[in-house]
Design a protein around this ligand. Structure first.
Ligand SMILES: NC(=O)C1=CN([C@@H]2O[C@H](COP(=O)(O)OP(=O)(O)OC[C@H]3O[C@@H](n4cnc5c(N)ncnc54)[C@H](O)[C@@H]3O)[C@@H](O)[C@H]2O)[C@@H](O)CC1
Ligand SMILES: Nc1ncnc2c1ncn2[C@@H]1O[C@H](COP(=O)(O)OP(=O)(O)O)[C@@H](O)[C@H]1O
Length: 281
């Protein structure tokens, strides 16, 4: 039986900003995201982390991605790739690594993920191509146990488990729970009524969100929001539970403002900040 994620559960777990705090108080996010084909995914992920409240966000990516993102958003710091030593160093200094949005699931991506995530010691949010590139390396994923959050949609869960999307959708709860138990990762199985499963057997169901989110880029923003929350000190399960709820709540508010038909993933960021404002954050 899944626990419904409520407004009270989320805002009880969300940190407040103390008057005497500084950027270091809210964590460093390293985003290892984007490729020349998927530049927008990197921008959306970075913006999600910034709007969720992270203190500093660094984007590690190839130059074509950096120049595209830098035209849209001014706050991130950039680490141009390839730079294996620079990537390891940045990962070792980060509070959270969010990796894989806008990456293709290739052996080169898997190697890049291993370089960064192996050097990090904080929370890891692994999404999209980064996650799928490691689908056959469960030992590596298990090595991140206790600090790993994975955010597959049903198609990605199919690649991770070798089962069909139809089988996964037929029993989403059991799928998420068994993947979480076997991998040691807090598992966010996305879709209508996203589930969050913990390695110790808890299952949360999210009731926010709507079909306006059913377009490319919504998941990239979610990964960034979860990373931004984890950077502020939330445990992996708290960041996942709060992240999926706030992402969906922002989308519901956005749909009332702009319609499900016309809203874009990036539009929900204005609603996320309004939700924080309405809740005195
Ligand atoms: N603007 C950008 O740069 C964007 C980049 N993106 C990146 O594109 C790459 C490929 O990701 P995609 O997810 O598009 O492609 P994938 O090939 O990983 O997955 C797409 C397939 O997964 C299945 N699927 C997904 N959600 C489902 C659901 N809720 N229920 C049932 N089946 C479902 C469907 O079969 C679908 O055709 C990733 O790296 C991603 O980050 C996308 O996020 C789209 C936007
Ligand atoms: N019908 C829907 N109802 C609620 N949430 C949805 C719906 N469709 C998509 N979403 C949400 O939008 C996001 C889509 O993520 P994903 O499939 O990874 O897309 P992308 O990789 O293109 O960004 C997920 O958070 C998912 O839960």
């Amino acid at each position: 039986m899944a626990t419904k994620i409520t407004n009270d559960l989320v805002f009880r777990n969300l940190p407040r900003r103390a008057p005497e705090s500084h950027k270091g108080s809210y964590g460093k996010v390293l985003a290892l995201c984007g490729c020349s084909k998927y530049r927008g995914a990197a921008a959306l992920c970075v913006c999600g982390a910034l709007r969720a409240g992270a203190g500093l966000v660094t984007l590690a990516a190839e130059e074509s991605v950096i120049s595209a993102v830098a035209q849209r958003v001014m706050e991130p710091v950039y680490l141009p790739l390839p730079d294996e030593d620079g990537l390891s160093l940045a990962a070792s200094k980060s509070t959270v690594c969010v990796a894989g949005c806008g990456k293709e699931a290739t052996p080169a991506t898997a190697q890049e993920m291993k370089t960064a995530l192996g050097a990090s010691s904080g929370t890891v949010v692994l999404d999209a191509g980064g996650l799928c590139s490691l689908a056959d390396d469960k030992l590596f994923l298990m090595g991140l146990s206790g600090r790993l959050i994975v955010t597959p949609h049903p198609g990605e869960m199919a690649r991770l488990t070798g089962r069909s999307v139809r089988e996964i959708e037929a029993d989403r709860g059991a799928t998420a729970l068994s993947f979480a138990r076997e991998s040691g990762a807090v598992t966010v199985l996305k879709g209508h009524r996203t589930l969050v499963a913990t390695p110790w057997g808890e299952l949360y169901e999210n009731g926010t969100g709507n079909a306006g989110l059913a377009r490319g880029g919504s998941g990239d923003i979610l990964a960034g929001i979860i990373a931004g929350l984890a950077a502020q000190g939330l445990e992996p399960w708290q960041a996942a539970v709060c992240g999926v709820y706030l992402h969906g709540l922002a989308a519901d508010r956005c749909a009332r403002r702009l319609s499900m038909q016309g809203m874009l993933p990036s539009d929900i960021l204005a609603d996320l900040r309004a939700i924080f404002l309405e809740n005195n954050r």
